[in-house]
Design a protein around this ligand. Structure first.
Ligand SMILES: Nc1ncnc2c1ncn2[C@@H]1O[C@H](COP(=O)(O)OP(=O)(O)O)[C@@H](O)[C@H]1O
Ligand SMILES: [Mg+2]
Length: 271
């Protein structure tokens, strides 16, 4: 039985909390499981696109910006199958997304639902769509949440400000459920987590209280994260034996179980 497409938005309007890292490395892990993966980069900073794209976002004719503001016929042109990751396609982000919010607010009847409308034809063509979002709660993030079946909230565990503003995000998700009632919270994902540090323990407990659901896998701090971004590859291909690589692999497996994605391939660690 083919999979229904699972659409995961990775959202937190706090910058630098690990959204892009999570999107890229989860995409890599899902791809290694033989799943058909699409990354949709809704951030004007386009970091995910620079990480896994083979071209610079400025060279791309149809990025998320053009897709959102033009005709749905441009969808096939927006999908780039050739990326740095196996089985992973990409709809690029670009600086032009900075203007997109104003344009869709003026031009479309339901500005929060434009991405949902544009991605609708992809239902069933991908197993997983991962959406990276910008550090704001405005229309680009609303569009991601309105099309998502699931949301992951990365939280910087080692920072005392890691949970700042998370109540606003939770309220935003509640608001979005009026147009997307099936939006499900997969949970808070603790990033740069170290069990031995008091601040991490405190953030873990506070995240459980304030967000309501914690993902049981926690991502440790590692220099491999930045190394992978510089090498335009996954943490797995930089150092598959590292703890951070193993945790992202576990995270992908956990999500597969939670969302009941059917996986037919079992990657060996030698891959
Ligand atoms: N687990 C980690 N260990 C070390 N550095 C990390 C980790 N996760 C993210 N980073 C670094 O933190 C910065 C912000 O991460 P990023 O994923 O770009 O966050 P966001 O997309 O939320 O802005 C990046 O420089 C990234 O390399
Ligand atoms: Mg980012």
């Amino acid at each position: 039985m083919p999979n229904e497409t699972i659409v995961i938005a990775v959202a937190n309007h706090k910058g630098g909390c690990g959204k892009t890292t999570t999107v890229v490395n989860l995409a890599s892990e899902f791809g290694r499981l033989g799943l058909r993966v699409l990354v949709v980069d809704m951030d004007p900073q386009a970091n995910a696109s620079m990480h896994i794209g083979k071209k610079h976002p400025s060279e791309i004719t149809v990025t998320c910006a053009e897709l959102l503001t033009s005709d749905i016929e441009r969808l096939p042109q927006a999908i780039n199958e050739d990326t740095m990751l196996e089985n992973v396609s990409l709809i690029y982000g670009s600086l032009a997304l900075g203007r997109t919010e104003d344009e869709i607010r003026e031009q479309t009847p339901r500005p929060s639902e434009e991405l949902r409308h544009k991605l609708e034809p992809l239902q069933g063509l991908f197993d997983v769509i991962l959406i990276d979002t910008p550090p704001s709660l405005k229309l680009l993030t609303s569009n991601a949440l309105a099309v998502a079946t699931h949301v992951i909230v990365p939280i910087e565990s080692g920072s005392q400000y890691g949970l700042y503003g998370v109540g606003d995000l939770m309220r935003h998700c509640t608001k979005i459920r009026k147009i997307n009632p099936s939006l499900e919270l997969l949970g808070a994902l603790l990033i740069r987590h170290d069990e031995r540090q008091t601040v991490c323990k405190l953030i873990e407990n506070a995240a459980r209280d304030q967000i309501g659901r914690l993902i049981p896998i926690k991502i440790p701090t590692s220099t491999k994260v930045a190394q992978a971004a510089i090498a335009q590859s996954s943490i797995h291909s930089i150092d598959r034996t590292s703890k951070v690589a193993r945790e992202f692999k576990e995270l992908a497996r956990w999500i597969v179980q939670e969302t009941k994605i059917v996986v037919t391939k079992e990657p060996t660690d030698g891959e």
